[in-house]
Write a protein that binds this ligand. Structure first.
Ligand SMILES: Cc1ncc(COP(=O)(O)O)c(C=O)c1O
Length: 450
């Protein structure tokens, strides 16, 4: 058995494998300034620098990204950390090497349990409450598809949800006649009480679900999640939180947040591998949700099957009930684990503080441009890593294209309600720098004036 299964990624026996893996990885990350002769992605076993200045310079070299660009769009998809990519590659290789190993079944149980425990510890919940998915969309779809909802039941959500979060409820409206109500969040928000008031005003005796994002992907507003979840729980309403723009950026604790369900992606703020994420199911909700993709047989009396899918039994409760895809997602999850290691090395509080510091800096700089209207709330506590803006009368699409073409600055163009021009979304990740902000500022200044 290849010991990749049981060892932390950093201890994997990099140099003992078949020929070419180093070359393969090196080709995949050819731009790496940090690539060592052994092919490792970080100087293995070394800690990141302690002093802030050196630390953030070091972090800048960690994603697999062209260092010449100012990439300010991690809210869409972040570049992957080198360490994650290496761990993913090593896992993929060992998985292939191990196809002949008949003892794999038990190892999948141990490994699935270990991964659920690891991500649960990071998320502030229990291993029994974690299901792995391909991302936030899949996580939230399984909630919409798995709750017992009937015609006339109401789902209250906001006017700013991502299509992957809104569509599952809209499908239910068509299929089963549930009613989807969208509360119109003001832009910019001026206080958490506005959000609570809007949700409270929309609730009726038929309300079954509140579904909203922790951080809005459009205007970047950070919603008062704990208060909303408490409000919902007191009324026996299910709370479904979209964590796509928060997971890996905010130092969060799901038990403390009090939501019933939480969906997250590893390929955004965590900087993990593409196509991976999780669904948190609060323990008390395990019985309320039907699995939409069960993989194990859980019938009484037992039914005959020629062979069970691997690792469906003997794993933590949510994985068992909702279908354990660890054997499929394993390389990406090992990659995600490397991102957890990186976060632990850097320190999560420091990560959140760095993102916020860059976002404040960007706000202070951008608000000097008179033509720019900031859409993200300015009030402390109401924003995270996203800063959205618009320039009235100027096409956001054209501005975004020109920023790339003339300045190699990447931001995201958004549609904006009641406006043909749209808006721009700027994301500040820990690998970004004050220089990136300056490049954005200079670019915008040259396009729209001071
Ligand atoms: C707020 C929000 N929800 C859901 C998604 C979909 O996430 P995933 O691609 O992981 O399914 C995104 C992706 O950008 C998002 O920003």
């Amino acid at each position: 058995m290849n010991d990749e299964f049981s060892q932390p990624a950093d201890d994997a026996p990099w140099s003992q494998g078949p020929l070419n893996r180093r070359e393969l990885l090196a080709a995949a990350i050819a731009t790496s300034a940090a690539l060592t002769p052994r092919g490792s992605v970080m100087a293995q076993g070394t800690e990141p620098p302690a002093s802030s200045r050196e630390l953030w310079q070091w972090v800048r070299t960690q994603p697999v990204l062209d260092t010449q660009v100012a990439y300010l769009d991690s809210a869409s998809v972040a570049p992957t950390w080198r360490a994650c990519m290496a761990a993913e590659y090593r896992a993929r290789e060992s998985q292939s090497l191990e196809v002949t190993n008949a003892a794999l079944e038990d190892r999948w149980i141990t490994e699935s349990t270990r991964l659920a425990t690891r991500f649960a510890a990071f998320s502030g919940c229990d291993a029994d409450e974690i299901v792995f998915t391909h991302g936030t969309g899949e996580a939230l779809s399984s909630v919409a598809g798995g709750l017992d909802l009937a015609a006339g039941d109401e789902i209250i959500t906001t006017s700013q949800e991502h299509p992957a979060a809104l569509s599952p409820w809209l499908m239910l409206a068509r299929r089963r006649g549930v009613i989807v109500k969208q509360v119109e969040l003001p832009v910019p928000l001026t206080g958490p009480e506005q959000v609570l008031g809007l949700f409270a005003g929309a609730v009726t005796p038929r309300t079954r679900v509140l579904a909203f994002s922790q951080v809005q992907y459009g205007d970047g507003a950070l919603l008062p999640v704990r208060d909303l979840c408490q409000f919902a729980r007191q009324r026996n309403i299910v709370s479904v939180v979209n964590g796509a723009q928060a997971f890996g950026m905010l130092d969060l604790n799901l038990s403390d947040l009090g939501c019933d369900f939480y969906g997250a992606s590893f390929h955004k703020w965590l900087g993990g591998c593409q196509g991976s994420g999780l669904l948190y199911v609060r323990r008390e909700m395990l019985d309320r949700l039907w699995p939409v993709q069960p993989r194990g047989i859980d019938a009484s009396p037992p039914v005959f099957v020629p062979a069970q899918a691997p690792a469906q039994n003997g794993v933590p409760a949510a994985l068992h009930k909702f279908g354990n895809v660890v054997p499929h997602l394993w390389p990406a999850l090992r990659g995600g684990e490397a991102a957890l290691d990186l976060q632990a090395q850097i320190n999560r509080t420091r990560i959140e503080a760095r993102v916020r510091e860059l976002a404040i800096y960007a706000r202070l700089r951008l608000q000097q441009l008179k033509k720019i209207e900031l859409l993200t709330p300015g009030r402390p506590g109401l924003w995270a890593g996203i800063l959205s803006l618009r320039v009235p009368g100027r096409s956001a699409a054209e501005l975004a294209d020109a920023l790339v073409k003339n300045h190699r600055v990447y931001v995201r163009r958004l549609e904006w309600p009641k406006s043909d021009a749209g808006a721009l979304r700027v994301s500040m990740h820990i690998f970004n720098s004050h220089d990136d902000v300056e490049r954005l500022l200079n670019g915008l200044q040259s396009l729209v004036g001071k």
